[in-house]
Design a protein around this ligand. Sequence first.
Ligand code: ACO
Length: 403
Amino acid sequence: GLDISELLPQTGRVTLDPGFGNTAACTSEITYIDGDAGVLLYRGYPIEELAEGSSFLEVSYLLIYGELPSREQLDQFTDRIGRHSMLHEDLRRFFDGFPRDAHPMAVLSSAVSALSTFYQDSLDPFDPEHVEASTIRLMAKVPTIASYAYKKSIGQPLLYPDNSLEYVSNFLRMTFGVPAETYQSDPVLSRALDVLFVLHADHEQNCSTSTVRLVGSSQANLFTSVSAGIDALSGPLHGGANQAVLEMLEQIRQEGGDVASFVRRVKDREAGARLMGFGHRVYKNYDPRAKIVKQAAQDVLARLSQSDQLLDLAMELEEVALKDDFFVSRKLYPNVDFYTGLIYRAMGFPAKMFTALFAIGRLPGWIAQWREMIDDPATRIGRPRQVYVGPQRRPYQPLEKRG
Ligand code: ACO
């Protein structure tokens, strides 16, 4: 065995903290979470009030620029985003190259990375004008790219954005509209999706946001940093959980709807089963976003006059889990993703698109955090340390002498 203390004189003291459970990598003024009390504030404003009173673009402005916009500031921001929502025709052709069953998150990340090849306005990725232009371009183009990823997967022609519509309705039209047919957006559904985007807009130093900051700390540009964030978000323990929840509920239904026996399997850790959509690194109480989403799920399904067996199963699962000592003792509560998939599904999105919706929502948070990082004089290139536990120095054997 290696005596780790031998390393200390060279490396100084290091803290071993897998998963960064207790290590802060930056200071931030953007988002505050009190995980024990179930509190979430963006720039000091409670998430409940923002979800009730503000649109997604207002909240995006708040996160990126630090203050809620005046009417004039909001109109300008909306107008600038509207003027950048089209994709370059050459970028549009990229979509022909992906296989039809490509996962939308992989398409989204590739296309966002490719944006950096189209917009090389400045050699300095931190040039304020370039940062501002990239901010607007990302906010404008990511929904277009996400809807194209979907259209491509179902073999339908792509629709150009209609910038007379507001942000979310425009996205819904590009996703569900068919060329040469008029698309009637439903204000209740647009509003519900807008609220979901607000709830996802930032969540301080989660896995994807930390990735955006880490990549950006090498002075990589905003497009490539966000593209890396999209990749980090795609995993089932992070943004991919919303798709995983739906698949889990579907599996329970197909196996006869026996919630209690599924919970037993999770507790027995059968085949690594987890209750997807439950638990959170920071919330050790009910996720305040999950409360709002649960209500929205009930409203949207009522609006669509759909009764949903999967919603009933989800509510039953929650009830069983919250009474069970396994979950209570580990402080496992529903997180934001437990009910979102049910709403997306009722709106007509296939499960594969759910995480792309999360990415649209999280985009202003990634941008705000990247901008805060580059403006912070304390920023250094991200470079975690390690504790080496491999072999000590040993004699080299030439190939002929190896057995
Ligand atoms: N189902 C069953 N058991 C769980 C779950 C779950 N969903 N989550 C945690 N546990 C258990 C663990 O097995 C562990 O038990 P042990 O102490 O007996 O070994 C204990 O609770 C602590 O769990 P950790 O894995 O240490 O918690 P961590 O903070 O590392 O993970 C995470 C948090 C990844 C969210 C986890 O709760 C999980 O996998 N949940 C399911 C996936 C999910 O919903 N992800 C979305 C997260 S929110 C987001 O990205 C928006």
